[in-house]
Design a protein around this ligand. Structure first.
Ligand code: SF4
Length: 449
């Protein structure tokens, strides 16, 4: 991608883990609306569960998650009790006993829990939900607070995929983001995971961090691949200090500019592909035999709040403070403040703070955006026909795409829109052309690349 385009398209657009995106959720969706939605679900259809554990023992300065720093176990213990109550409330609100096909534990650091608490909580879940045969049980891990006994407990609880937060291995970069985590620490945790049968390992890497250069990013990729992950996520650091005030601790002068970010992403992508990984959507890579690569091949790749997924369930229930779920009716997000979360559940209400009920137009645009983000190509008219619209008018969207066509980011051939290999890092901009909520000008989101 020529340098002038890296500057021209340094716009800020959503990551489209949902459409409409979270800033457009409103308080119209509450406990009562959510209960109505839950009441219509079919127990014969499997669902997915997401659990948010919003605690960490120190703050990484790049962090964009909802988390709280704790230095005692007591708040976590109390939170887990409330989470158990939320499981009961939710299971009671469902019209029957459901089976879970995907379970994902994110945070924060889900690894802060003790092994015993893991087993207790999964036991509680099994009491209220069935687990489908071959269910994926995935957990995000902070290798700095992981022990072998803890990994053993995860394996006993049925965990079969682990995503390890790495970011970068270089000590200067780690110091600049307040996350000291030498390569050997990550290597040791990978060894424990494999020894105890959890061999689906994802590594989460970042580019665009302070003091990263293209050379350092390539070295990070080479080191990561030595650990033989099944998947690699390569996230661009989103510097949004007006939203995440701890990011003010990051030295802005040490951040790579838009052009350098491009080079870092492109160089890392090429290196991962040369090392045998398939590129998936915007920012993921997977070995050809990994489920994600197979799903892409078969046109089954999906996107949800956790990023790219093979999860095909139409229902994702979010549990825990700030967790977001998606139902065929719309999206719903739990309250974030821990006190409010606790008190709402104690009062017997589901802790829904906000959400959005999907209109027919939201569903149509959401499908177009999902296909673009997953397949990097879409036929919007074909999607419209699937939604019962014979001849949709996308002239405004096509007009918005014209500059991207002129710059070789995207090709429009008849009704089909295809993002070029060079345009892949800009797929969010292509998706944004179909976003009816976006004022089509400069936005306060993270950088597109
Ligand atoms: S461990 Fe993860 S969630 Fe916790 S502060 Fe660091 S990046 Fe954020």
């Amino acid at each position: 991608m020529p340098t002038d385009l890296t500057e021209k398209y340094d716009l800020r657009v959503p990551r489209y883990t949902s459409y409409p995106t979270a800033p457009h959720f409103t308080t119209d969706v509450n406990d009562s609306v959510y209960r109505d939605w839950l009441g219509t679900l079919d127990p014969q259809q499997p669902l997915s569960l997401y659990f948010h554990i919003p605690f960490c023992d120190s703050m990484c300065w790049f962090c964009g998650c909802y988390t709280k720093i704790v230095n005692k176990y007591e708040p976590i213990r109390k939170y887990l009790d409330v989470l158990e109550q939320e499981i009961d409330l939710l299971a009671d609100a469902l019209p029957g006993r459901f089976s879970a096909s995907h379970l994902h534990w994110g945070g924060g650091s889900p690894t802060l829990r003790t092994g015993g608490d893991w087993l207790a909580l999964v036991g509680k879940l099994r009491h209220r939900f069935d687990f489908a045969d071959g269910a994926e049980i995935a957990v995000e891990m902070d290798p700095r607070d992981t022990t072998e006994d803890y990994v053993k407990a995860l394996a006993s609880a049925g965990v079969n995929r682990a995503s390890i937060g790495v970011q970068d291995f270089h000590p200067d970069v780690q110091a600049a983001i307040n996350r000291i985590q030498p390569f050997e620490v990550v290597e040791r945790v990978c060894g424990w995971l494999r020894r105890h049968g959890i061999d689906k390992i994802n590594l989460d890497l970042m580019y665009g961090l302070p003091h990263q250069s293209t050379e350092r990013v390539l070295s990070m990729v080479d080191n990561a691949v030595r650990l033989e992950p099944a998947r690699v996520a390569l996230f661009g650091y989103a510097h949004v200090p007006w939203m995440k005030t701890h990011q003010k601790l990051i030295d802005e002068a040490a951040l790579p500019g838009a052009n350098e970010r491009w080079h870092q992403f492109e160089a890392a992508s090429e290196r991962l592909e040369a090392l045998g990984y398939r590129s998936i959507g915007l920012d993921h890579f997977a070995r050809p035999d990994d489920d994600l690569a197979v799903a892409l091949e078969q046109g089954r790749l999906n996107r949800n709040f956790q990023g790219y997924t093979t999860d095909a369930a139409a229902v994702l229930l979010g549990l825990g403070a700030s967790a977001i779920g998606g139902l065929p009716h719309g999206f719903a997000q739990n309250v974030s403040p821990l006190k409010e979360y606790r008190e709402t559940i104690a009062a017997g209400r589901l802790p829904i703070a906000r959400g959005v009920e999907l209109s027919a137009d939201d569903r149509l645009r959401g499908d177009i955006i999902a296909r673009l983000m997953c397949d990097l190509a879409v036929d919007p008219q074909a999607i419209a026909r699937q939604h019962g619209v014979d001849e949709a008018d996308f002239s405004a969207e096509l007009t918005r795409l014209e500059p991207l066509v002129a710059d070789g980011v995207v090709v429009v051939d008849g009704d089909r829109i295809t993002v070029t290999p060079e345009g892949r890092p800009l797929v969010r901009l292509v998706a944004a052309a179909f976003d009816a909520y976006l004022e089509h000008g400069e936005q306060r989101h993270s950088r597109a690349v």
